[in-house]
Design a protein around this ligand. Sequence first.
Ligand SMILES: C[S@@+](CC[C@H](N)C(=O)[O-])C[C@H]1O[C@@H](n2cnc3c(N)ncnc32)[C@H](O)[C@@H]1O
Length: 202
Amino acid sequence: MSKTLTHVVGRGHELLAERIRKGQLTVDLTSGNGYDTLMMYRLVGSSGQVIAFDIQPQALQITRQRLLDQGAVVRMRNVDQAPLELLPGVDLVEAGHETLKVFLPAAPQGIIANLGYLPGGDQQLVTRPESTLQALQQSCEWLAPEGRLAVVVYPGHPGGAEEGALVDNFFANLCEANFQVLQLKVVSRPQSPFLYVAEKRD
Ligand SMILES: C[S@@+](CC[C@H](N)C(=O)[O-])C[C@H]1O[C@@H](n2cnc3c(N)ncnc32)[C@H](O)[C@@H]1O
């Protein structure tokens, strides 16, 4: 993990780690190259469960190999297996994260979403405002009490600013009685990724 002050992805990981313990259930809404899924797996350990979504089989295969290399039990899933069982290991789901609630077997303690496109992949296969919003709504609905949701937004690519504005609006309108919300932004670089972390009140 980078020690750079402005590395918001690393800050998101640290803030999730404050709340996630071994044996718990967590979710990665965008598995991509598998770094966030691996981070979640390290937090919950082999007795916990990580459910990771992606629409690209290529991304899920990269993630699978990364997790297998660390000794994780990995299961490949699709919509026919919904809802999933509460079971130690990593479930890699080939489906859009807007279907989150269909798959969840219980309330997750932590959820991460690194939006945008797969680094090194097809930039057309990018997260979209509409489905991102659905995934965030379901995440907040299902998150366990005192659980945290971390979202990294990339405003620099085509469509990223629109998605960022929608995410801004979503978190600005989360009920203060139910959620605490933090935003981290590099003020000197408006095109840089920025982070939201929401914690559900008990
Ligand atoms: C920035 S990458 C994720 C990075 C990843 N978390 C990591 O650690 O490497 C964004 C990913 O979101 C995926 N994606 C786009 N739309 C999606 C959707 N509706 N549901 C799930 N994943 C989606 C893309 O295929 C891409 O792999």
